[in-house]
Design a protein around this ligand. Structure first.
Ligand code: UGA
Length: 441
C-alpha cells in the first residue's frame, strides 16, 4: 500500500496501517521530510508518532521513498493524503491533489485503487478519475474511492486505531471489499456509500463541529451579559444525548488547518451550486469575533493595555500539537502588540513555529522556556491553549512571581476555586467578570 503525502493525516495513516499489519510505503514531495522520516524523526509533534515510526521502520512494515512514481508503481492501493489549503476566495486549492493524480496516472503499471483521503469538496473524486483517464491514456485499469479521515491532531494515532466509523465511498464491489479488508483488523463499524456522499459527509462533519463551537460561543456571550455560567449551560445541554457533550467548550474559537478551511470550502462549493449557506457564514463571523471579545476581556481586567506586561500561555491551536496554523493565538498576539502590551510568550511545543510569524524582539515580545518564567513580573496571565500543565501549576508559586494576580482564561480550563484561594482575580469566557476587590491598606 502507498501513501502520498506524509503530513498530519498521511503519516499517522501510514503508521496506523503498519500497526494493524499492512506493509506501507510513503512518500512526499518534500525530500527533507522523507529523509527525516526514514531517520525516525517525525516532521511535526504528535503524541505517540515517533515511537510508532521507529517501531515500524524497524519492523520493516513502513518506509518512506523519495521517488513518488516508484511509490505508485510499488502499490496496489494508494492513499492521497496531500494538503488541500484554501485559496483567497475560500475555495479549496486542489493543486496538490492534481499533481499527485498526474504522477499516479503516469506510473500506472497494474490495476490500482486510488483512495482520496485528503479532505476535498464534493466531486473531487470524479475529477481525480477524469484526470487519471486523461494523463494515463487508458493504459491500465484503476478505480477511485473516497475514504475521509476523522482523526484529530493531538490524538491522531488513537483516533486512527479507534475510529467511531470507517467511511467508504466507492462504486465497485471490488473497491468496497478491498477497503473493508484493509480496515478489518480495527473491528469498527463501516459506513459504505457513493463517492459524492462520502465527500459530503466529511465536509458536513467538520462544518457541524465548527457550528457547535460557534453556537456555544454565542451563548457564552449571552451568559456573560446576563449573569449565567456557560460551563454549567454546556454541561446541562450536553446531558441531552440528542445534543451530546462534545465540542461545547466556549472560548476564543476554533483554529487549526481543518475546521476553518473546510468550512470555507463547504460554503464555497454550496454557493457555487446555488445553495444558500448563510448559516455557516455566520458560524465563521462568530468565530472571527472571538479575538476582539477576548482582547476586550483583557482590557476590562486591566483597563489600559499599553506597557502592561502580559504572560501568554499557549500558542498552539489546541493542546498536544505544535501546530499554529489558523491558531487564535496569532491574532490575539497581533492585537495585543498593536495595543502596546509587552508580551512574554510560552508554549510547551509551538514556540519554534510561532517565532516564524513573530521573530523575536527584545523587550516587547519575549519567548520564555516555562510558564513560570513567562509569569515573572506579569500584570496578567492570559491562557490561549488548554495545555494540561497549566491546570497543574503551583499557583502559590505563580502568585509569588507575578506583579498582579490576574488571570484571563480564554479556554475556561483552570480551576476557579484553586486560583481564587491563592488570591487571583480569575476572568473566564462566558462568566461575568469578577468585581475588582478593593484592598484596604
Ligand atoms: C478536526 C476534526 O475534529 C477531526 O474529526 C477531523 O478529522 C480533522 O479536523 C480533519 O479534518 O483533519 P482538529 O483540527 O485536529 O480535528 O481539531 P479539533 O479537535 O476539531 O479542534 C479544532 C479547534 O476547535 C481547536 O482550535 C479547538 O481548540 C477548538 N474547540 C474544540 C473549541 O473551541 N471548543 C470545543 O469544544 C472543541
Amino acid at each position: 500500500m502507498g501513501v502520498l503525502g506524509l503530513g498530519h493525516v498521511g503519516l499517522p495513516t501510514a503508521l496506523g496501517f503498519a500497526e494493524i499489519g499492512w506493509t506501507v510505503v510513503g512518500t512526499d514531495n518534500d525530500e527533507s521530510k522523507v529523509t527525516a522520516v526514514n531517520q525516525g524523526v517525525p516532521p511535526f509533534f504528535e503524541p505517540g508518532l515517533e515511537g510508532l515510526l521507529r517501531k515500524h521502520l524497524a519492523s520493516g512494515r513502513f518506509k518512506a521513498l523519495r521517488d513518488v512514481g516508484e511509490t505508485v508503481r510499488q502499490s496496489d492501493i494508494l492513499f492521497i493524503c496531500v494538503g488541500t489549503p484554501h485559496r483567497e476566495d475560500g475555495s479549496a486549492d486542489l493543486s496538490q491533489v492534481e499533481s499527485a493524480t498526474r504522477v499516479v496516472a503516469e506510473n500506472l503499471n497494474s490495476y490500482k485503487l486510488i483512495v482520496e483521503k485528503s479532505t476535498a469538496p464534493v466531486m473531487t473524486a470524479r475529477w481525480i478519475e477524469r484526470s487519471i483517464l486523461r494523463y494515463g491514456k487508458g493504459k491500465q485499469e484503476f478505480e477511485v474511492a473516497c475514504n475521509p479521515e476523522f482523526l484529530r491532531e493531538g490524538t491522531a494515532i488513537h483516533d486512527f486505531l479507534h475510529p467511531d466509523r470507517v467511511l467508504i465511498g466507492a462504486r465497485s464491489e471490488k473497491a468496497k471489499s478491498w477497503l473493508a479488508e484493509l480496515y478489518g483488523p480495527l473491528g469498527r463499524p463501516m459506513s459504505i456509500t457513493d463517492l459524492n456522499t462520502a465527500e459530503m459527509i466529511k465536509h458536513a462533519s467538520n462544518a457541524f463541529l465548527a457550528l457547535k463551537i460557534s453556537y456555544i460561543n454565542m451563548v457564552s456571550d449571552l451568559c456573560e451579559a446576563a449573569g449565567a455560567s456557560v460551563k454549567d449551560v454546556a454541561t446541562g445541554l450536553g446531558l441531552d444525548p440528542r445534543i451530546g457533550s462534545h465540542f461545547l467548550q466556549a472560548g476564543i474559537g476554533y483554529g487549526g488547518f481543518c475546521l476553518p478551511k473546510d468550512l470555507k470550502a463547504f460554503i464555497h462549493v454550496a454557493e457555487e451550486l446555488g445553495v444558500n449557506f448563510d448559516l455557516l457564514r455566520e458560524v465563521e463571523r462568530i468565530n472571527q469575533r472571538r479575538i476582539e471579545r477576548f482582547v476586550g476581556k483583557v482590557q476590562k481586567a486591566l483597563w489600559v493595555l499599553k506597557d502592561k506586561k502580559l504572560a501568554v500561555w499557549g500558542l498552539a491551536f489546541k493542546p498536544q500539537t505544535d501546530d499554529i496554523r489558523e491558531a487564535p493565538s496569532v491574532n490575539v498576539v497581533r492585537r495585543l502588540r498593536q495595543a502596546g502590551a509587552l508580551l512574554r510568550l510560552y508554549d510547551p511545543a509551538a514556540t519554534q513555529d510561532f517565532r516564524q510569524v513573530f521573530p523575536e524582539e527584545r523587550d516587547r515580545l519575549v519567548y520564555c522556556s516555562s510558564a513560570i518564567e513567562s509569569a515573572r513580573g506579569a500584570d496578567a496571565i492570559l491562557v490561549l491553549t488548554e495545555w494540561p500543565e497549566f491546570r497543574e501549576m503551583d499557583w502559590k508559586q505563580v502568585r509569588e512571581c507575578v506583579a498582579l494576580p490576574v488571570v484571563v482564561d480564554g479556554r475556561n480550563c483552570l480551576d476557579a476555586a484553586t486560583l481564587e484561594a491563592e488570591g487571583f482575580e480569575y476572568h473566564r469566557m462566558g462568566e461575568t467578570s469578577p468585581t475588582l476587590k478593593v484592598v484596604e491598606s
